[in-house]
Design a protein around this ligand. Structure first.
Ligand code: ARG
Length: 229
């Protein structure tokens, strides 16, 4: 059924949520990052054609997919059961844990989630970081942000005390902004590409593409480019 998303036979449109460096961000007016290069390489291995990228707030991506505005989500989205009720995921393509960011030299140095009790905390709306604040921190003063970039600005200015965010993104903000990682904790998250639940052909093609990109060494090249490991 090609009636959703892009119009042509086998043409697909991707959706992402920039402001999540180095996975997806706007640089000099251009959308760039690991997820952009990775999805493009993956789709190149398939019979599908990626005709464009659309940008959304993270918490609206699932709706955009199910409305047919986009055909695939590539947004460092963690595979979990709650999301699986609404969309399907490909095989995992990246593993991550969560970190707690604080203001550099700000004096607040928590060492575990218990130390966050009662504190002013930020996360991006709809993320797993938000879920941790809601479920695992006692009595937080929680501020939800449409984008982690705004949360980092507020943290730099001392208006919030800590942010819960995926570790690779925390490391990237630590390198360019006045914020530092206080501690990291294991969540064993795995990112997958999101597709509509009935889009089995696309999901299977993407899974083959993910495997091919890993085997060819391209995955390693893209990782080098964005993480310099
Ligand atoms: N991995 C986390 C989650 O799935 C955060 C993803 C945020 N992604 C983004 N592009 N802003 O909830």
């Amino acid at each position: 059924d090609q009636s959703d998303g892009a119009s042509g036979e086998n043409e697909i449109i991707a959706g992402t949520a920039p402001g999540f460096q180095p996975f997806e961000m706007n640089r000099d007016g251009e959308l760039v990052g690991f997820d952009i290069d990775h999805l493009e390489a993956v789709v190149d291995e398939t019979d599908y054609e990626l005709t464009g990228w659309e940008e959304f707030e993270f918490d609206t991506l699932i709706q955009a997919l199910n409305n047919g505005n986009i055909d695939v989500i590539a947004a460092a989205m963690t595979i979990n059961d709650e999301r699986r009720e609404q969309i399907a995921f490909t095989d995992p393509y990246y593993s991550a844990n969560q970190s707690v960011l604080v203001q550099t030299g700000g004096g607040f140095q928590p060492s575990d989630l218990d130390d966050l009790a009662g504190r002013t905390l930020g996360a991006q709306s709809g993320t797993t970081g938000e879920g941790i604040i809601e479920d695992e921190v006692e009595d937080p003063d929680y501020q939800s942000y449409e984008n982690y970039v705004y949360a980092v600005q507020e943290l730099e200015q001392g208006r919030i005390e800590a942010i819960v965010i995926d570790q690779p993104v925390a490391e990237s903000f630590e390198a360019d902004r006045e914020v530092e990682i206080a501690f990291t904790f294991e969540t064993g998250e795995e990112y997958g590409l999101g597709v509509r639940q009935d889009d089995d052909d696309l999901r299977e093609a993407l899974n083959e593409g993910i495997a091919a990109v890993q085997e060819s060494g391209e995955y390693e090249e893209i990782t080098q480019e964005w993480f310099g490991e």
